[in-house]
Design a protein around this ligand. Structure first.
Ligand SMILES: CC(C)(COP(=O)(O)OP(=O)(O)OC[C@H]1O[C@@H](n2cnc3c(N)ncnc32)[C@H](O)[C@@H]1OP(=O)(O)O)[C@@H](O)C(=O)NCCC(=O)NCCS
Length: 184
């Protein structure tokens, strides 16, 4: 699978040689602080597990991936987007997750990535509903979802516990008719 974002960036499957980029960009505490499943510090074992898990998941689903790399035109991984644990054909809904290397924040990149992945998922992965859970303080992520057309379904009171702190979350969802694709 390959989805073009623009002339400088694209989305494609995760590959074994992405390991150094994961190790470089996920040593960023702010990414850890705003997500639930990304460890910190991010170790070689974490990268190995993640890459192997995805290669195996892709193999087991007729070479169709549900997690991808966001890449520069020179192929270097600079972020991730996908549906962790999604089984194509079994599930009609899936939870979206994403992260971007800090040097690339604030350029509209993840909004475009989310739009492209959502359109692909509705047409190719048999999805009818995409959800996204955001920590209540993660305004950048909430904004990405709103720009892509996601609707806020509710406040998840005391839903998260991370590093001993309990805090609220926000639940967003996207149905096929909600998708807000840019006019090109
Ligand atoms: C969330 C994240 C993916 C956003 O990626 P990005 O490419 O920078 O996002 P975009 O540029 O497409 O959009 C960001 C929007 O948030 C806004 N924003 C950024 N920081 C903000 C803040 N502190 N408060 C309010 N809005 C903020 C930007 O202004 C922009 O909105 P605009 O286009 O209306 O001006 C990136 O910050 C990231 O990887 N964060 C750490 C991991 C994470 O939070 N993952 C999501 C978990 S749910």
């Amino acid at each position: 699978m390959k989805l073009k974002i623009n002339d400088s960036f694209y989305i494609s499957d995760i590959i074994a040689t992405d390991k150094p980029a994961y190790l470089e960009y996920l040593q960023e505490k702010q990414i850890y602080d705003q997500t639930l499943a990304i460890p910190f510090p991010y170790t070689e074992a974490d990268a190995d597990w993640w890459i192997d898990h995805n290669l195996e998941a892709t193999r087991s689903q007729n070479n169709r991936s549900v997690n991808w790399a966001l890449r520069r035109a020179d192929d270097k991984l600079i972020g991730g987007v996908g549906f962790f644990g999604h089984k194509i054909g079994r599930d009609h809904k899936a939870e979206l997750g994403y992260w971007l290397a800090k040097p690339y924040w604030g350029k509209g990149l993840m909004t475009e990535a989310v739009r492209k992945v959502a359109a692909y998922a509705f047409s190719e992965l048999e999805l009818m509903r995409i959800t996204a859970n955001v920590f209540v303080f993660n305004q950048a992520s909430a904004r990405v979802l709103e720009k892509a057309g996601f609707k806020l379904e509710g406040l998840l009171r005391s839903h998260y516990k991370k590093d001993g702190k309990i805090f609220d979350g926000k639940l967003y969802s996207l149905l096929p008719g909600d998708l807000n694709l840019p006019v090109t």
